[in-house]
Design a protein around this ligand. Structure first.
Ligand code: FMN
Length: 532
């Protein structure tokens, strides 16, 4: 275990950006080897999915308050909605001769390392098996056809599994060593995107915590050397059960059934050349997850609903209009009611997306730089998402912080320091203006000890950050402003500001929310050709 811990710490330290030097990267972009953002399995039978998301009436505000609609039937059309509103394209953009797709899930550098899979029993419109989702075409590729009773038995309650994997090279091509972190953030964003879209269909989502990485790889067909050959490998991330919250499908039975399955298709090669990043291989190995016990279902936590957002939009609209701001105007402010309501949505509540996906207690807290929130003093605030962490956080940070409880009674928000922190926020966000021009920026402060005890949980900490980020993206849209995830930040500058001296707490992701400045040079096009 010490060896894994050392490897983890080495990667963590070496992948930090510092004011005096950045984490090792490629130096310049080699456009000749730019990875294809779309994976396909050539030769696998395809099922074109209907574009049915506009038929969904669910309002975003109902979801964030945990008021899910009655469960929809599991069939082709509803699963098409699940994918369209989570991993599907949301627009095409162009500038000059360049054209690129945006998706409902964000991604560092818009590189999209994440691939999505569906595992299902026989359903109306879909036969049993393993499918790969191609966002570009809104289609499923039937990777494995399964006709075994064990497979059907494993799905004894109605529901499906969604599998997630990452192609590290897609991010490493641009970001080098730090890319592995971004793959994990992106995975967290996807977990949340699936959880929201499933909830809009009345379905609960749960991460299958017990599954070993090897089992995830087997179930998704990622270890099938003959289907990948020169194609870039996919690292297994996670399986999500979408259905009845209490049920878990029998993975062993599914694996037995897959032994007799017929697999179809070969993965496309995404780049003609590759650069090796040994640190990424090392952290991938160090955080390999063995099989573990399924944790007990957490007790439901009492909470009060957040105030209604400024805009009452359908979930489908919010999911597709979510965008990252390239910069903020530096003048827009939001009301304290809107601010508190956004923060209320970041607190873990079971059966409410996106937090229903997680079973572990909250391990990530938000250190907020408030610049422009009407009625709230500028300065540093801390949202303590798990009350059990309060004393430790207080002990680990500067003794002079005020820790003054502020905001609504139910909101665990503390005022630490009155100050104009725009300069500090900009500096910490790798000197990006967006940090200062936002209404507020934040650093996500994770209980790092968790990763040191169980190294695979390092990935979980990043996922929790990504989930928080996705909640903030949607909340910002509903508040009439915009958000941007910030993967480029100076880690130890943030720790120095907070007064964190050891590795008990580490900042793993940053975020900004504000009034967006659009780039008028870009043209936008619909995500898919309209079907006749
Ligand atoms: C993990 C992560 C890190 C990001 N880091 C930055 C960043 O440091 N600076 C920035 O301007 N945008 C950042 N972004 C925003 C991405 O550039 C954006 O998601 C991507 O271009 C796709 O655009 P969209 O979010 O509008 O779909 C980040 C996004 C993610 C998910």
């Amino acid at each position: 275990m010490d060896r894994l811990k050392d490897a983890l710490l080495t990667y963590h330290e070496r992948s930090k950006h510092r004011v005096s030097y950045y984490a090792p990267g490629p130096g310049r972009l080699d456009w000749a080897t730019q990875p294809d953002p779309f994976r396909v399995f050539r030769g696998a039978p395809r099922i074109g999915l209907p574009l049915a998301a506009d038929t969904l009436a669910t309002r975003y505000n109902a979801l964030r308050c945990g008021a899910l609609p009655p469960a929809h039937r599991f069939d082709l059309s509803n699963l098409a909605i699940l994918f369209e509103l989570s991993l599907g394209l949301s627009a095409w953009k162009s500038y000059g001769a360049n054209r690129w797709a945006l998706r409902c899930n964000p991604s560092s550098g818009n590189l999209h390392p994440t691939e999505g899979y569906l595992l299902c029993p026989d359903l109306p419109g879909l036969s049993a098996g393993v499918y790969h989702y191609v966002s570009r075409d809104h289609a499923l590729e039937h990777r494995a056809a399964v006709d075994e009773p064990q497979w059907t038995e494993a799905f004894s309650e109605s529901g499906v599994l969604v599998g997630i994997s990452s192609i590290h090279w897609r991010e490493a091509w641009k970001y080098g060593m730090r890319a592995w972190r971004y793959c994990q953030h992106d995975c967290g964003h996807v977990i949340a995107a699936i959880s929201y879209a499933a909830a809009a269909l009345g379905w609960q989502t749960r991460l299958i915590e017990a599954a070993a990485d090897d089992a995830v790889a087997d179930l998704l067909g990622l270890d099938r050397g003959e289907d990948f050959e020169a194609a870039e490998a996919e690292a297994p991330d996670v399986l999500l059960w979408v259905g009845n919250a209490q049920f878990r499908p029998g993975l062993e039975r599914m694996l037995t059934a897959l032994d007799k399955a017929q697999w179809h298709g070969c993965a496309n090669q995404l780049s003609s050349g590759h650069v090796k990043w040994p640190d990424i291989d090392s952290i991938h190995r160090a955080t390999h997850k063995p099989r573990t016990r399924e944790p007990p279902s957490p007790n439901p936590e009492p909470y009060s609903s957040p105030a209604a957002p400024v805009l009452d939009l359908s979930f489908a609209r919010i999911a597709r209009q979510r965008r990252s701001a390239v910069n903020f105007d530096g003048t827009t402010s939001i009301t304290s009611t809107a601010f508190f309501s956004m923060l209320a949505c970041l607190s873990a509540r079971r059966d409410t997306p996106p937090w229903n996906a997680l079973t572990s207690p909250a391990a990530v807290h938000a250190a907020l730089f408030v610049h422009r929130v009407d009625g709230l003093e500028q300065g540093l605030y801390m949202l303590v998402r798990n009350p059990a962490a309060l004393q430790n956080l207080r002990r680990s940070m500067r003794p002079e912080w005020l820790w003054q409880k502020t905001g609504p009674d139910h909101l665990p928000l503390y005022f630490l320091l009155p100050y104009d922190l725009r300069g500090a926020a900009k500096l910490i966000c790798c000197d990006q203006e967006i940090g200062a021009n936002s209404c507020f920026a934040l650093g996500m402060i994770a209980r790092f000890e968790i990763a040191l005890k169980q190294p695979w949980r390092y990935r979980h900490l990043f996922w929790e950050c990504g989930i928080l980020g996705q909640a903030l993206y949607l909340e910002a849209e509903a508040a009439g402003v915009r958000a941007t995830g910030i993967g480029c930040f100076f880690d130890d500058e943030m720790h120095a500001l907070l007064g964190v001296k050891d590795r008990g707490w580490q900042s793993l992701y940053h975020f900004t929310v504000g009034g967006a400045v659009d780039d008028p040079r870009l043209s936008a096009f619909p995500p898919y050709e309209v079907q006749p």
